[in-house]
Design a protein around this ligand. Sequence first.
Ligand SMILES: NC(=O)c1ccc[n+]([C@@H]2O[C@H](COP(=O)([O-])OP(=O)(O)OC[C@H]3O[C@@H](n4cnc5c(N)ncnc54)[C@H](O)[C@@H]3O)[C@@H](O)[C@H]2O)c1
Length: 270
Amino acid sequence: MRIANDQVAVITGGASGIGYGLAEALADRGVRLVISDIREEGLDKAKASLTAAGAEVTAVVADVSDEASVRALADRTIAAYGRVDLVCNNAGVVSPPAPLWEQEAWIWELMIGVKVLGVVHGVQAFAPLLIEQGTGHFLNTASSGGLAPLPDLTPYTTTMHAVVGLTETLDQELKRVAPALGATVLCPGLVDTPLGQNSAALGAIELQAGAAVSMQNAAARFGGRLSPREVAESAIAAIEADRVHVAPGGDVLERAQARVTALLADIAEG
Ligand SMILES: NC(=O)c1ccc[n+]([C@@H]2O[C@H](COP(=O)([O-])OP(=O)(O)OC[C@H]3O[C@@H](n4cnc5c(N)ncnc54)[C@H](O)[C@@H]3O)[C@@H](O)[C@H]2O)c1
């Protein structure tokens, strides 16, 4: 789908990081925005700075893990603009670092609620609107952790793998209805965002002393950190090319290649 002036985009997790980068990049192309987030204060600040830069913005507080909240977001979008062209199911938190056998039930429930059901709720609330128009696109944010293992983050990687599979299947289901519908999954490597701080504020993790240093170490290990705006530009290019996957980031291609090569070799063994 070509991104064009006067289209309408909804972005969950739009108060910060990648969601905010998407908002800026889309606003620069004349797209009208609905930014949504569970953190009202962050959302107000994001709306103020986007509006100051000339964007047309509606801000809606919503919890993506709550189906009724996401349906209300869809209603507010239609009330504000009467249509929707791009739905970015992007909200997320990260899980605490520990091997799978030490991950507690509550974090699995939180990650599945936000990352898997959050995307499902977004698709269920907005797909009927896109189908009625016959055009439109979903951008679902997963992670490079959805394409290859990230040890000590199983609740994160499991839900990200789910978002990859969900989006690949969704794209085929949408194309079956109308060729101008589609879905793309965004699987970036490390991005320079306050994901750790926001996840701590939302009770998903405890911020450890030295978190900034361990982030720098992770950046060195994973081939550097992208800016949210770089990720947003890659995502928009993929949507415009109607690609199902987009995975910007230093080492993502190598890690995905290693996984797929090992997978195919195992399958070939019969
Ligand atoms: N930062 C990275 O290195 C990185 C890499 C790959 C993928 N991602 C994914 O990108 C997405 C965006 O993360 P980010 O890095 O921009 O972090 P971020 O914290 O800057 O943005 C995430 C936003 O989602 C919001 N949010 C969390 N739970 C919510 C809920 N239940 N309902 C509505 N909003 C909620 C947060 O308040 C926050 O504003 C996440 O899904 C994350 O897992 C991040």
